[in-house]
Ligand binder design. Structure first.
Ligand code: NAP
Length: 320
């Protein structure tokens, strides 16, 4: 018979770990299934594991390295008795209670765990260009978050890849710091909204390279530039840059829940009003998997706390 848990938390970024800290301190003996190591952002500890210095997480006036911060979250959750399992959830069945959760073979008849409540904190992955150099340079001049890392590129040359609202928002933010900001877009028309385009075109620091793709990011242990290719002429040129920001969109990690929980048109989980409640009673969602707007470690942690409190109160109301 699979083990029955009060709370199973799926995902282990700032949201999942904060939910683990709070539910553990509430004596709910949570199990957090943290995922498995991979080279992308959907890995244990979430996107901060791929970041170097974090300077905007309150409480660390001198900044802290992303992996160290997540190590602290984890130690705090374990100190209060949260169980952490390194495994990937391969299937969930939220159609009846207790909820059923599989790790390993999703075709197995028996689930691995039963859960009275579930906290979903599977996060979102930044879309990447698919270059080998990205794995090497992420956190070393290559970033997917201007709010997090823009500050490090004061008076330097910066490249932003993408043509949507995110790319222009990142480029505009980065123009406060960089010496130059070059937006590299694969077509001649931007996908971004008119208002963002107007702002971007009015900004003196921004220049645009149209019909251009990034074939490689240059530098062995720090970004030194990009290799660009014009898709119309096939002309290749190297361009020096200290910072490269890839802003080609995000993908929420919701594959497990398709058909079981309602999703927004853009794939993010829907939560009710300002709570962490999903459409299924007893199932709560927090962090980037349900946040297509703020996407910060601190907001993810805050919403993990909300999900823990929502789960705790719901379990209590159920008499557990
Ligand atoms: P998006 O709208 O999907 O734009 C992605 C951009 O990246 C597109 O220009 C796309 O090029 C380009 N791209 C995709 N894959 C690429 C690749 N492999 N190589 C090179 N370029 C690639 O994503 P987003 O900008 O993250 O925006 C997502 C949603 O959030 C949108 O609805 C947006 O309006 C919203 N948003 C709003 C704001 C705001 O209002 N301030 C800010 C951020 C996001 P193509 O154009 O050629 O497809």
């Amino acid at each position: 018979m699979p083990e029955l848990r009060n709370v199973v938390i799926i995902g282990s970024g700032p949201a999942g770990l904060t939910a683990a800290i709070y539910t553990a301190r509430a004596d709910l003996a949570p199990l957090m299934i943290e995922g498995e190591p991979s080279s992308t952002s959907d890995q244990p500890g979430g996107q901060l594991m791929l970041t170097t210095e974090v300077e905007n997480f309150p409480g660390f006036p001198d900044g802290i390295m992303g992996p160290e911060l997540m190590g602290n979250f984890r130690a705090q959750a374990e100190r209060f008795g949260a169980d952490i399992l390194t495994a990937r959830v391969t299937k969930v069945d939220l159609s009846e209670r207790p909820f059923r959760i599989w790790t390993g073979d999703p075709g197995a008849e028996q689930p691995t765990y039963l859960a009275r409540s579930v906290v979903i904190a599977t996060g979102a992955s930044s879309l990447m260009l698919g270059l080998e150099s990205e794995a090497r340079l992420l956190g070393h001049g290559l970033s997917t978050c201007a709010t997090c890392d823009g500050f490090f590129f004061r008076d330097q040359d910066i490249v932003v890849v993408g043509g949507g609202d995110s790319a222009l928002e990142e480029a505009l933010f980065l123009s406060r710091f960089g010496r130059t900001v070059t937006v590299v877009h694969r077509r001649k028309e931007l996908r971004a909204s008119k208002i963002m385009q107007d702002r971007a075109f009015a900004n003196d620091k921004l220049t645009f390279l149209w019909d251009t793709v990034v074939d490689d990011i240059l530098g062995s242990d720090r970004v030194e530039g990009v290799r660009l290719r014009n898709v119309l002429t096939d002309e290749v040129q190297d361009r020096a840059a200290a910072g490269v920001f890839v802003a080609i969109g995000h993908r929420p990690n919701t594959d497990l829940f398709v058909g079981q929980l309602p999703l927004k048109d853009n794939g993010y989980l829907i939560t009710e009003g300002s709570t962490s409640r999903t459409a299924v009673e007893g199932v709560f969602a927090c962090g980037d998997v349900q946040d297509d707007w703020y996407r910060q470690a601190i907001t993810a942690a805050g919403s993990g706390c909300m999900a823990a409190i929502d789960a705790e109160r719901w379990l209590e109301a159920q008499g557990h």
